[in-house]
Design a protein around this ligand. Structure first.
Ligand code: TXA
Ligand code: MG
Length: 362
């Protein structure tokens, strides 16, 4: 650790059993929340940075710790659907049906906010984003705290979301009171943010609940295009700027339906960079590797093409690793748009400084 940071207050890390969290550890964390402090905790998607949502000062602390602009609204986490009336003003029929079907789980629903909810939580909007997480540690913490917990992802603003306590520590040590270390989230990308105030309903951020699953219940569901909407004012979701999940290293995303064509194009481009003396990082599935044989790359494999959940789960760690490995450029490709593929594509796009569309047969 650097000498000038030696006097900083340290963040306590409590290691908890992710399946059966120890009540005494959860009670300690809940005490910190009730006292107005900040606790990072695992959810089934990514780690969240929690504060008592009913305490305006505690909520303000989240923005400070993350260096997050105050116009970027937070998600309020609840122990159960029965707590909704504490934070929302009105529960529409459709919101109730969605909550019943998808909670606890990775779906965030935008609803009209309760008048008593501190304005900072939803950045001055008339709506509030709400979800009931399914992770046992998150649920135990919410129950023990006895208050709704406002929690964005527990990373510094503009960085990839944390999928381990180490990621949280790297970003927020000394800025928050406590981290509950409950291992790796099972999903690895954030919740789906859904706006049901419009017809058809609109996904503001693709995530852990797929578009297909929502469409089974709602019929057609639109997906909000972050990049296109940058021109649209005001933004329907202020946190959706297209370069949100940005690694420091420039990243190029190769996108196309013909995987072999995509991979060969990547190989060509990688070889060109290597010839120029650049250090090239590759974020890939294990099946991709034979195509890159003989090219000098730093590779992070994040799973198998056939298993989008495995890819999602390792996506952010892979990005962080390559970012920290000191590459000049990172190359990645998409994993389709079905199921979790859509959320993976969204995050890769936001992390990229350039997208190369590869059409079949090229
Ligand atoms: O999986 C997740 O959702 C994680 C875990 C911790 O629950 N949380 C998370 O929070 O990703 P955050 O703050 O990183 O992302 C919340 C997103 C932001 O992009 C924000 O713009 C959007 O939700 N949001 C929050 N309130 C909103 C509102 N009232 N209207 C529209 N969008 C909103
Ligand atoms: Mg975030």
């Amino acid at each position: 650790m650097k000498g000038d940071r030696i006097n900083d207050p340290m963040t306590r890390i409590l290691i908890v059993n992710p399946q059966a969290p120890e009540p005494e550890l959860i009670a300690e964390a809940a005490g910190v929340i009730r006292a107005g402090g900040l606790v990072a905790f695992p959810t089934e998607t990514v780690y969240g940075l929690g504060a008592n949502a009913l305490n305006a000062e505690a909520v303000a602390g989240i923005f400070t710790a993350k260096d997050r602009p105050s116009q970027d609204p937070l998600i309020v986490h609840l122990a159960s659907v029965a707590d909704l009336p504490q934070v929302v003003g009105d529960i529409s029929e459709i919101a109730r049906r969605l909550a019943e079907a998808f909670w606890p789980g990775p779906l965030t629903i935008i609803m009209p906010r309760h008048d008593d909810l501190p304005r900072g939580v939803s950045a001055g909007l008339d709506t509030v984003a709400v979800r009931v997480p399914s992770h046992p540690v998150a649920r135990a913490l919410l129950q023990a705290a006895g208050v709704p917990i406002a929690a964005p992802s527990a990373n510094r603003f503009g960085f990839t979301s944390p999928t381990s306590a180490q990621h949280v520590y790297a970003d927020l040590n000394g800025r928050i009171e406590m981290i509950l270390d409950g291992g790796s989230p099972t999903i690895g990308v954030e919740s789906t943010v859904l706006d049901v105030s419009v017809q058809p309903a609109r996904i503001l951020r693709p995530g852990g609940v797929s578009r297909e699953a929502l469409e089974e219940m709602l019929g057609t569901v639109e997906v909000f295009d972050g990049a296109a909407a940058e021109a649209e004012q005001p933004l329907p979701s202020p946190g959706m700027m297209s370069r949100h999940y940005a690694p420091r290293t420039p990243m190029i995303l190769f996108q196309g339906t013909n995987t072999q064509a995509v991979l060969w194009r990547m190989r060509e481009e990688a070889a060109t960079y290597v010839r120029q003396g650049q250090r090239v990082g590759l974020l890939a599935a294990q099946e991709d590797l034979p195509v890159f044989a003989g090219v000098e790359l730093t590779v992070r494999t994040i799973g198998s093409e056939a298993d989008a959940l495995q890819i999602a789960r390792h996506l952010y760690a892979g990005l962080r690793d390559l970012d920290e490995a000191g590459m000049d450029v990172i190359l990645a490709h998409d994993f389709g748009e079905e199921g979790l593929g859509l959320a993976i594509l969204d995050r890769l796009r936001r992390a990229s400084s350039r997208v190369v569309k590869v059409t079949s047969g090229e």
